[in-house]
Design a protein around this ligand. Structure first.
Ligand code: TYM
Length: 332
């Protein structure tokens, strides 16, 4: 049976190494396998759950598409589209919002983190965000959803919503999707703090490698990346006590394709400065070409627009059929 893959990325600018290693790199591998049908969505409806400058948003939608293609996704094979142009997403989210329970949403840790101390001021959209995410996935009968570790709870919620909908209406309409989360590299941490997730919202640009960074910026950021005072670890078990070393070796391992064990062995007992030279090299080899390609593609506006137009048409065809079935089930 063909795997149906669905995943989404928010067009909020500054896509970074965490997005790449946790998600986009896996999208590329899945896209290359002819057994899979892949749909990759630029989730602009999700982006407006926090304030966005409309002009920046438009630019970031194009940049996200450019990043998918520059990373190696083939737009002739996979569907690439933006969520807001397929109205079934918003409509299905409303219906599924009537299946989801407040208690379930109250447990979402990402809402708590993003809303911060002043929950009263958070948008309703930020709160119900995981319901829209469930609609995204369920409209396409996705069997597998590749994401980073931070989306695991949202996927569990999606499964709960699908199950409850099927039970409530005694149907078997919504497919229960499986998460695809890489064991070792699903949570890339900040370069400034090995206990904090690498994120586009962290103030310091030195905390992350952006996919649009150039060679010199990458080298500089790795030079300044936080380490601990000990030499490089000599076995994998040591890594849990040394978050910065764990993160940097993890990045090296994921990009070089060398296992974590082999990577630890290779640099065992060395100074961090020596290891950082190797790490910078693999980063420059992998990220600098993507960065160059993104910059080239964002100037080819009509090419990007054409991809989105075709992608939206194909996505709309699938999603609107599914929405009709869902509407019929609830009695519309
Ligand atoms: P977003 O836009 O925050 O992130 C996009 C993808 O990047 C992963 N990611 C990371 N992985 C490893 N380490 C990190 N530091 C890191 N930071 C981000 C995320 O896990 C994600 O896979 N809600 C989603 C978008 C979404 C979606 C969907 C995903 C909307 N609908 C349906 C899957 C299916 C989000 O905000 O991702």
């Amino acid at each position: 049976m063909k795997k149906k893959i669905f995943s989404g990325v928010q067009p909020t600018g500054n896509l970074h190494l965490g997005n790449y290693l946790g998600a986009i790199k896996n999208f590329v591998e899945l896209d290359k396998n002819n057994e899979n049908e892949c749909i990759f969505c630029v989730v602009d409806l999700h982006a407006i759950t926090v304030n966005q400058d409309p002009r920046e948003l438009k630019k970031n939608i194009y940049e996200t598409v450019a990043t998918f293609i520059a990373s190696g996704i083939n737009p002739k094979k996979s569907i690439i589209f933006n969520q807001s142009q397929v109205s079934a997403h918003s409509e299905a989210a409303w219906i599924l919002g009537c299946t989801a329970r407040m208690g379930w949403l109250n447990r979402m840790t990402q809402f708590k983190e993003k809303a911060g101390k002043d929950k009263e001021k958070a948008s309703i959209g930020l709160y119900s965000y995981p319901v829209l995410m469930a609609a995204d996935i369920l409209l396409y009968d996705a069997t597998h959803v590749p994401v980073g570790d931070d989306q695991k709870q949202h996927l569990e919620l999606c499964r709960d919503i699908a199950q409850k909908f099927n039970n409530d209406f005694r149907v078997d309409e919504l497919k229960i999707p499986e998460p695809l989360i890489k064991k070792d590299f699903s949570r890339i941490m900040s370069l400034k703090d090995g206990l904090k997730k690498m994120s586009k919202s962290e103030l310091s640009d030195l905390s992350r490698i952006n996919l649009t960074d150039e060679k010199d910026q990458i080298i500089n950021k790795i030079k300044k990346a936080k380490t601990d005072p000990l030499p490089m670890p000599s076995n994998v078990n040591e890594l849990d006590q040394r978050p910065e070393a764990k993160n940097l070796i993890g990045i090296f391992s994921s990009l070089s394709g060398m296992t974590l064990e082999k990577s630890v062995e290779k640099f065992s007992g060395e100074n961090f400065s020596k290891f950082k030279e190797h790490l910078s090299q693999v980063l420059v080899d992998k990220i600098a070409p993507i960065s160059e390609e993104i910059k080239k593609l964002i100037n080819e506006k009509s090419y990007i627009e054409e991809i989105l137009k075709k992608g939206c048409q194909k996505a709309d065809e699938i999603a609107s059929k599914k929405l009709k079935k869902i509407q019929k089930i609830v009695g519309f």
